[in-house]
Design a protein around this ligand. Sequence first.
Ligand code: WTA
Length: 654
Amino acid sequence: MSIRTPESTAHVSYPPPKEFSASAHIKSLDEYRRLYDRSIKDPEGFWGEVATDCHFFKKWDRVVKWNLPDAQWFVGGQTNISYNCLDLQIERGRGDHTAILWEGEPCDDRGEPREIRRISYRELHREVCRFANGLTALGVRKGDRVTLYMPMVPELAIAMLACARIGAPHSVIFGGFSSQAILDRVQDAESHYIVTADGGWRRGSIVPLKANVDEACNMTDLVKKVVVLRRCENEVTMKDGRDVWWHDAVKGASDQCPAEPLDAEHMLFLLYTSGSTGKPKGILHTTAGYMVYTMYTAKLIFDLKPDDVYWCTADIGWITGHSYIVYGPLQNGVTTVMYEGAPNHPAWDRFWAMIARHKVTKFYTAPTAIRAFMKQGTEWPARHDLSSLKLLGTVGEPINPAAWEWYHHNIGHEKCPIVDTWWQTETGGALITPLPGATPTKPGSATLPFFGIDPAIVTKDGGEQKGAASGLLVIRKPWPGMLRGIYGDPERFRKQYWSEMPGVYFTGDGARRDEDGYYWITGRVDDVIKVAGHRLGTAEVESALVSNPKVAEAAVVGFPDDLTGEAIAAFVTLKGGVKPDESIKDELKKHVSSHLGAIARPKDIRFTDALPKTRSGKIMRRLLRELATKGRVEGDTTTLEDFTTIAKLRDDDA
Ligand code: WTA
């Protein structure tokens, strides 16, 4: 494990803007500290009170039952998150308020969007009920895993809420993944149902979603029904008996479908993510804890108020989209903005144009996007009126102070607090984050723990570090949003998260805590790579590479990249008789793209006669990482089985 420590910039601090604090849910650091203390001393009392803001069909008997590694929340309670996102909002008088404000990607000649849809809570409720009835008519039952492989259109949120309504866990697959990724996930989840679209718009082209699904389905006979939304009108083949158009599935379906009362611990969704080894793991979230945690974190971190037009630019295929496009904002009755396409289509000011057009008040995006905008220059945001903005956020990877400052000056015009939220697919919601009216921020730091979160910094052998320190980040107490397992693999769950440091949740991240108790996340200490904030496992990319007939062996590492945070370097041994040349590099890059998805495409490929391994046969990734980063390897290499490999790679590089 390597632990990187960022330069200390702990001295720079921005207090929350006074005006913001005055009307914020949490108004001062003192108030934060008081509530935080209480949340740690009396988690049951604290979360029990928070949960009274949600609707339960049957109240829980116990707030939390902690039997390591299983934390059950709101035990004995019955609820439904779809009810909380829709029916409850209508009961509260929000029925005519816009729930989803969506923009499609295609624009006319003047750069104006061709399609904008505003869907009220009442309309959303109706569409969700119709689709839920449609799914039921196709045979979907409570407990069935439904795979959603869709573009960023409102129907994706509708499908999620419809699944949740009838208790069928959804498994959303990022639309940028290709057929192999779909196949792996469908098989692991034993999912008989897929919802997809003919295609989706991305940077002016059509992503052939249905064709990717077909390719995956050709490799398995698990899939019984595929529902296809017509979005791009591109040509698709519909298989008789298996494929159904969305509009046919809902034809004549009733717009009433009472939400099923579900046990607090009922599986709400699976979301596949990369771990350090092997195949992607299905992170399992259950109903009540996730619901309460996303409602409350969204409310406090984004300081949501009824008139907010809130926009999170993530893709729903990732956890950020689940928690902070769909479930968190809708439970708070606000307008959540959804955008279908690329940030630079038709030009580099698409985001800023959208903020001005819809008077977006809260804006949440990724550091990689900010760095890309920075590179394009300030003239793009300067063209648009961004005065509606009140708060900015970032997520997914560490933000470098320069990007933070740029965001603060050029987008927030120095009046918007920035919330740098640290969390993971596994955590369900943000764990370390500023509260915008209370926490002074330091560029590059995710600041302080959210209520109920008890982080610690430990050494590799588990020793707790007090005060200012660097090390591995662990969480010592359960929290309501935490994962409830890895689907079908309780052993891996225990091993991955609970055995590294016995008794505590191991995050896989390194962190530094400064003298003010602020946390600075330094990045993954395992084999997870974050490319443009997208989470990838080295093993996944390696297996995509070795599936090419020319490749004998491959090892993949991440290395720093100015734009994407990290990029992928692949060290490849070709099969005997295959001569290494540039065209094979291109072929392999394309191979990974078509197999897994463009986000997994290696930036750098190097050929080697053999991979550096320890005597026990383990690939020495540290050496490869060093080689990819610095172009050379320093220090002790005597444990290498074959030092010539390293020497040779270094020579090639010279
Ligand atoms: C990284 C994304 C620094 C971290 C919500 C974590 C961050 C991984 C931040 C989880 C942040 C996320 N600062 N690093 N604000 N947010 N990370 O599962 O390494 O896609 O472990 O969840 O992203 O990625 P995931």
